[in-house]
Design a protein around this ligand. Structure first.
Ligand code: NI
Length: 248
């Protein structure tokens, strides 16, 4: 069930049964010459919705803009500074917590969000402690990357090997093509596998990685690979969610 397609009585009866929720979070940032700007948000949303169906979990609205400062030398990228994203996540979680939600599993599609979202979780913890809440330890927030589960990571490794790279990867582009098969962008990629060197800030990123990719060959992407990868990620995430809900 998606929160934005539910009515308030639906949420009230859901909360009478359980207090867990999946929160997809991505980014709107360049993904090389062939990947959608919305890749990270679309992939996280696809996996979260599938796992929500499989595990009977409510899926919250996708946080589609993240911390993408290092991609700002490419047009179309939108970023929240870390302090803005912390405030956004804090208000988002505390709104749902006010209704009784207590287990928040963030399903992340953008590695660059992780430090900021973890900082937001500590802000939330500090605020709840100041209010005298949370003494029972039942309230928990966690963030997982959709591509890090044991099954999906092995499917990705077997499918793309070293050509997976770390940004504008064939696996994430495949999942978006599975979700939107009519929106494929084909462009020549030169070199076929991008360099994987580190970078310092947005201008240096573009200087070292002129087409936006890092270490990847997204020409290998296909909707069919995306279907297999998404299925593996959904199974991993549904298992992870059930475990998270069973923790005491
Ligand atoms: Ni990405």
């Amino acid at each position: 069930m998606q929160l934005q397609l539910a009515s308030w009585p639906d949420i009230e009866s859901y909360l009478a049964r359980t207090h867990g929720i999946l929160v997809p979070i991505g980014s709107t940032e360049q993904h090389g010459p062939t990947g959608f700007l919305g890749t990270d948000a679309i992939a996280a949303e696809t996996v979260a919705r599938g796992a929500g169906e499989a595990a009977g979990a409510l899926v919250a609205p996708t946080i589609a803009i993240g911390m993408a400062e290092h991609h700002m030398a490419f047009p179309g990228t939108i970023t929240l500074r870390p302090s803005t994203l912390i405030a956004y996540v804090r208000d988002y979680v505390l709104s749902l917590a006010a209704h009784g939600f207590a287990r928040f599993l963030f399903v992340n599609g953008h590695g660059g969000n992780v430090p900021t979202v973890k900082a937001a979780f500590y802000e939330i913890e500090a605020e709840r402690r100041a209010r005298g809440q949370g003494e029972d330890g039942d309230f928990r927030c966690r963030i997982v990357n959709w591509y890090d589960g044991p099954t999906v990571s092995s499917v990705i490794r077997q499918t793309f090997g070293a050509r997976e790279g770390s940004h504008a990867t064939p696996s994430e582009v495949s999942v978006t093509l599975h979700a939107y098969p009519d929106h494929r962008h084909d462009r020549p990629l030169d070199p076929p596998v991008a360099s994987g060197s580190p970078f310092y800030g947005a201008a240096d990123f573009r200087r070292r990685h002129p087409d936006g990719r890092i270490g990847s060959d997204p020409s290998l992407a296909s909707a069919e690979h995306g279907r297999r990868i998404a299925e593996a990620a959904i199974a991993d995430l549904a298992t992870h969610y059930r475990g998270f809900m069973a923790e005491r």
